[in-house]
Design a protein. Sequence first.
Length: 212
Amino acid sequence: MSQKCKTPLGLAVLLSGGGRTLENLAGHIAQGQLDAVIRVVISSRPEAYELQRAAKLAIPRHVVARKAHGDVAAHSAAVFEILRRFEVDLVCQAGWLSMLRIPDDFLGRIINIHPALLPSFGGTGMYGAHVHEAVLAAGCKVSGVTVHFADQTYDTGPIILQRCCPVREDDTPETLAARVFEQECIAYPEAIGLIAAGRVKVEDGRTRILSE
């Protein structure tokens, strides 16, 4: 994706948990720091708190529960039917925990943020506290976040950008998670802005950030 997108960029946010990333993106938009509009929020869990956050922000919201669909293909089809209906330009996964089978018309239009420096500490089962526990167990001195394009497997798509933070000797998974989230609040809006400006180009499975 290197062509400059229409603005404001129409976003969808896919979530399964607390929704702090949704609030972060909405805040950047409200402050004029991100030329985008969140057109729809989709949750894979009906009890997820982000649905309440979306309601407070007056954003259309839908629940597409994994257990309500027979398999990954059926669940994915239901998600993409909603995304097409809202004519979104870019899909932002933010703690979305279900595998998606991405159809051709959405390839290169879905991004994810992972709470570690990929390709380390990614893959099946590596989400939330599990990631931070693994980072600490490995004795890493730095951690951070990775924004990448989503593909048909977990955490393997082309990396758009990364931001680092230190791992301290007395860190717990909770304290490390808080420091990583500070970087997420910067990295995700930055990546979306680069895509909107047409500055992200994928070549041979790697991304190039084009000059302004």
